[in-house]
Ligand binder design. Structure first.
Ligand code: G6P
Length: 489
């Protein structure tokens, strides 16, 4: 996407994502407690004053009874959120199954599940059917709330079938779809049994957005090779109808992080952390506990570094925050045990009676504790095996203007394309290379650190989440106007 050259008029925006930006906890038959989860998408849209956003998505809880559903719908309305109610079976087949056991690993180059072929085919078919059904349920809710002139912005791999469902309801609906994960090489996408149906559904949108040019290019190649359509510099053309395809990288609300560092409670956290780890360099990893994040590989690289650099053993500590996620999916359960086993072994090997080299936490931290942790870190390790963008790298940079620590960043994260020049780029599969990068980062001279940090800080504070959201919506509006002009001609 290019920069918006004119601001769209205040317009209603229906943001459709698998998950609503709030978590709901039931406190009584018709009483719900809601907590806003301030992820990138939420802060991006809160910061944009040009449109009035409403959210449509799954509340993340099973609410089988009408009393509970009505009460939750009412509470959510106050937060401009509209729920889609999915029952347990659909969640199991659509969310745990098709989304997180098939599409997620495939789009991150981990391939399709390897179980017994027949069983996979059977479960694949029922999971795909549930995926389509769930997408249709999202479409029904969007359609009930849609008003002429609204912009509908669909998000992520959970909702690839949604653009088609929406256009079937109303061909003049303005529909954008944005993918937060990588879109893999067409050679990977073509292994997916439902490859064509998914591509065609996405192409029903007016604008399709990705974090990087590579992902956009892969998508266009998949459409040309698998569907035999024509790729143009603007996107993909099918019988005279153009679907715009654009690279439109997300950012963060950097001011929110920078401002938080001034708060007394964050300053207090910083003081405690400095005291706790005084005399040691702090290395930090913050990831969802997901295969794509490369946590075992990262920890093994740290072990190799300690093995080869005995003088550093009591002078450095790795703090790994691993936030549990998708815990009903067996692959994620296996990963948790694997990580615990490796951490235990390394701490047993290099720990002393008073200190351990790795502090591993299986939970999230609150925003203020996280900002403090970013601020005291000397070296951040973002070593995903694949990652759509990775905003942890952005958050770290935003909190480092005083310390100017070093970012070690996977070349397979979308962020490598924007922060690559200021980071040490690594191949996360190469444990020796990552171990060497740790040494290089810890020994880096202040001038070199400052130069790298300044490059990244400028990027993170300029290309913000707000800019991303404004750009996408403005591009979507323009795309629809251009299509109307073309039709009239
Ligand atoms: C990734 C996806 C998001 C998803 C998030 C958390 O960043 O791109 O769409 O919401 O992970 O995963 P979860 O399965 O807990 O929603």
């Amino acid at each position: 996407c290019g920069k918006p050259d004119r601001k769209p008029a205040r317009q209603r925006l229906l943001v459709v994502a698998n998950r609503l930006p709030v978590s709901a906890v039931r406190k009584g038959e018709d009483v719900w407690h809601l907590e806003i989860s301030a992820g990138g998408l939420v802060s991006a849209l809160l910061g944009v004053k040009e449109f009035e956003a409403r959210w449509i998505g799954w509340a993340g809880v099973n609410v089988p009874d009408t009393v509970g559903q009505n009460a939750l719908t009412k509470s959510l309305a106050e937060k401009r959120c509209i729920p889609v109610f999915l029952d347990e079976e659909i969640v199991h087949q659509y969310y745990n199954g098709y989304c997180n056991n098939i599409l997620w690993p495939l789009f991150h180059y981990l391939g399709l599940p390897q179980e017994d072929r027949l069983a996979t085919t059977r479960s694949f078919q029922s999971q795909f059917a549930a995926y389509k059904k769930a997408n249709q349920m999202f479409a029904d809710v969007v359609n009930q709330h849609y008003e002429e002139g609204d912009v509908v912005w669909c998000h992520d791999y959970h909702l690839m079938f949604l653009p088609k469902c929406l256009k079937e309801y109303n061909p003049s609906m303005k529909v954008g779809w944005f993918l937060h994960t990588p879109f893999p090489s067409s050679e990977i996408h073509r292994t997916l049994p439902s490859r064509s149906e998914l591509l065609r559904s996405v192409l029903a949108a007016d604008l399709v957005g990705f974090h990087t040019y590579d992902y956009a290019r892969h998508f266009v190649s998949a459409c040309t090779r698998i569907l035999g359509l024509e790729g143009t510099p603007e996107g993909v053309e099918d019988q005279g109808r153009l679907t715009r395809v654009a690279a439109c990288p997300i950012g963060i609300d950097s001011d929110r992080f920078i401002r938080a560092l001034e708060l007394p409670q964050v300053q207090e956290h910083i003081r405690e952390l400095k005291e706790r780890f005084s005399g040691r360099k702090v290395m930090l990893g913050v990831d969802r506990l997901d295969m794509i994040k490369g946590i075992p590989q990262k920890i093994l690289a740290f072990e190799k570094f300690l093995e080869e650099n005995p003088t550093w053993r009591d002078k450095v500590v790795l703090l790994q925050i691993a936030v549990p996620t998708r815990t009903d999916v067996p692959e994620y359960q296996k990963l948790t045990s694997q990580v615990h086993e490796i951490v235990g072994r390394i701490n047993g090997r290099f720990g002393t009676l008073t200190a351990v080299p790795i502090h591993h936490l299986d939970r999230s931290l609150d925003f203020h504790a996280l900002c403090a942790l970013y601020a005291v870190t000397d070296v951040a390790l973002v070593t995903s095996l694949r990652d759509g963008m990775n905003l942890v790298s952005y958050e770290f940079v935003a909190c480092q203007d005083a310390k100017k620590g070093v970012l070690i960043l996977s070349e397979f994260a979308g962020a490598a394309q924007s922060l690559g020049a200021g980071a040490i780029l690594v191949n996360p599969w190469n444990i020796t290379e990552v171990a060497n990068a740790i040494g290089q980062a810890l020994d880096m001279e202040p001038e070199a650190r400052e130069k790298r940090h300044n490059h990244n800080f400028l990027h993170v504070t300029t290309h913000t989440a707000q800019e991303w959201a404004e750009t996408f919506v403005s591009e979507l509006n323009d795309t629809v106007v251009e299509a109307e002009i073309r039709t009239r001609e």
